[in-house]
Design a protein around this ligand. Structure first.
Ligand SMILES: [Mn+2]
Length: 316
């Protein structure tokens, strides 16, 4: 059932001992939303714990160093920035997937798996919804909460440059700067500019890793475990790499394929009018109009053929 702010407020004010689930391969938005919501619950005197299938990358230490929360038997299950329980990772999905009471999300492909879903597809980030919810509730937003939510908005909007960015995204960011004096320049440098030596080597190898199709309208970058090992780059260092697949001029669609233990994670980006959320939903995944993904199993060459053929149907 879809709900609005008032119902979400009632739910949050009356919940206790909450687990806040973030998606696997955690990014700035789910980490910011998870820890931001935790701060808001703390302000309300409610105990909570942020959980994730994977560990949080070190560059988010300024958010996560406060601790994910103490251990307790949860009475409330909340999911943030998660369109589909599959994205929780198997262990978390098995524990909580069918028991989510409140989901706060901004993916138009949300599977409506929770009892109550606060969905705002027009928000650039789940963090935007959390912030507007805090305002609606009149709950005090701490500086740590503001930094967490700013990080989610900055990362999901590509530092305020993707088409999902709205005047509201800028208004919230401006309030964070004005009211909390957050070090936005340091946050954005760490999110967008600083890279590991392995990541730098990977970017230097892009020329040979990039495959072009349909006269350069589609580009695919594949990073197998073997490629990653030879370049000395860890798969976690590829977060935020997918936008590079549409940087070459003439690009319409780009796909970053990352090999995982049992499947390949395929991250789609659209430069202009192709709806990659629709493509990914047809392939069992989902996401946003210009940034979406799906996970595929099988032989890598067959997966690439499937991807190339499928995208071809959307390129006129
Ligand atoms: Mn998000």
């Amino acid at each position: 059932m879809y709900i609005g702010f008032s119902e979400a407020e009632t739910f949050l004010r009356n919940c206790r001992d909450a687990v806040i689930i973030t998606h696997r391969n955690p990014d700035g938005d789910c980490i910011g939303a998870g820890f931001g919501l935790k701060d808001i619950l703390t302000e309300l005197g409610i105990r909570s714990r942020v959980v994730c299938h994977d560990s949080f990358p070190a560059r988010y230490d300024f958010i996560t160093s406060v601790g994910a929360g103490e251990d307790f038997e949860p009475q409330t299950i909340i999911a943030v920035d998660i369109a589909d329980t599959k994205l929780m990772g198997e262990d978390i999905e098995a524990l909580y997937g069918s028991k989510v009471q409140l989901c706060i999300d901004h993916h138009i492909s949300n599977k409506n798996y929770a009892e109550k879903t606060l969905l705002r597809g027009d928000a650039a980030a789940a963090c935007e919804i959390i912030y507007d919810l805090a305002l609606h509730m009149g709950v005090k937003v701490s500086r740590h909460c503001a930094m967490s939510l700013y990080t989610g908005i900055a990362t999901d909007s590509g530092c305020f440059k993707y088409s999902c960015t709205t005047p509201r995204s800028h208004e919230i960011a401006a309030k964070m700067m004005r009211e909390y004096d957050i070090d936005f320049a340091l946050i954005n440098r760490n999110m967008f500019d600083v890279k590991s030596p392995g990541r730098m080597r990977l970017e230097a190898s892009l020329g040979s890793l990039l495959e072009s199709y349909y006269d350069g309208k589609l580009h695919i970058i594949t990073v197998t475990k073997e490629t990653a090992a030879s370049l000395g780059v860890a798969m976690e260092e590829l977060e935020g790499f997918a936008p590079m697949t549409i940087q070459l001029e003439g690009s319409e669609v780009g796909i970053l394929i990352r090999q995982r233990d049992n499947d390949y994670k395929c991250s789609f980006r659209s430069a202009n009018n192709v709806n990659v959320s629709e493509i990914c939903q047809n392939l069992g995944g989902g996401g946003h109009v210009k940034a979406a993904g799906c996970n595929l199993t099988g032989d890598i060459d067959e997966i690439k053929k499937l991807l190339v053929d499928t995208v071809g149907g959307y390129l006129e």
